[in-house]
Design a protein around this ligand. Sequence first.
Ligand SMILES: C[S@@+](CC[C@H](N)C(=O)[O-])C[C@H]1O[C@@H](n2cnc3c(N)ncnc32)[C@H](O)[C@@H]1O
Length: 266
Amino acid sequence: MSSEKPTGHEEETRRFRLRDAEQEAAFFLPHLSPGMRLLDAGCGPGSITRGLANYVAPGDVTGIDSDAARIETALGILALEESDNLSYQVADVTDLPFENGQFDAVFANGLIEHLPFPGDGISELMRVLKPGGIIGLRSPDWDVALLHPDNTDLRDSIALRNRWQRSRGGHPDAGRMLRGQLKSAGFADVVAGSTADSHGTDEGVAEGVRYMHSILNDPELSEFAEANGWASDVDLDRMRDGWTNWSEQPDAFASFFWCHAIGRKP
Ligand SMILES: C[S@@+](CC[C@H](N)C(=O)[O-])C[C@H]1O[C@@H](n2cnc3c(N)ncnc32)[C@H](O)[C@@H]1O
């Protein structure tokens, strides 16, 4: 069976644009109040950033991302919305262009797992926080995936995705580390928790499959898989078809784990 082959940066940006603050930052929202100055690090196209801006208005919100194309998308949306407390700039979380102690709150969704040395980003976020300021981090943990009906094709493809992420310096199990990382960085009152990101409707199942296809269709992944003997083109076809076949089951359901942690700068 052949499958649709979405891939690449545009597909990722489309997916990030489906996110919002109420869903992704629910653990952090109770700690926000009007007038706070907030930084959203690794903001992508700004889907969550825009929502956060509503919770701290009239306080200023800055979204930073190291990917200029994502910041361009965020700025394009901002131009249409004419928000007066939101701005974006290209910056690396490990080398932020801000003075010490500028922000009341710093937030990052889906960022820490991409940093080869997560501590570098976290200590930089601490530096730009005011004493007493709050940090909120959220990252997935790919070792925990509930898949029904379960099968080897799906599991093999998740294992491959995780190996690939590790080979690029990322951390598929970043979620469970967040509590320890905040404590190591010196944050106080650290509290961690988790939520599940469920695919429990026809649209949700299709969205999950679209994501896995986009990973499996990435030419860099196939090169990596072949070169390392992890998977041949035939294996990749089998995995892609596995997801397509899975999505056609009437009882298809998947749930993935995300962890979060908050802490205060002493
Ligand atoms: C998975 S996306 C999450 C985007 C957004 N926070 C969301 O949840 O929709 C991760 C983002 O982090 C950005 N990123 C990766 N490494 C970064 C770094 N060192 N500094 C700043 N941004 C970074 C990527 O460009 C990407 O836009």
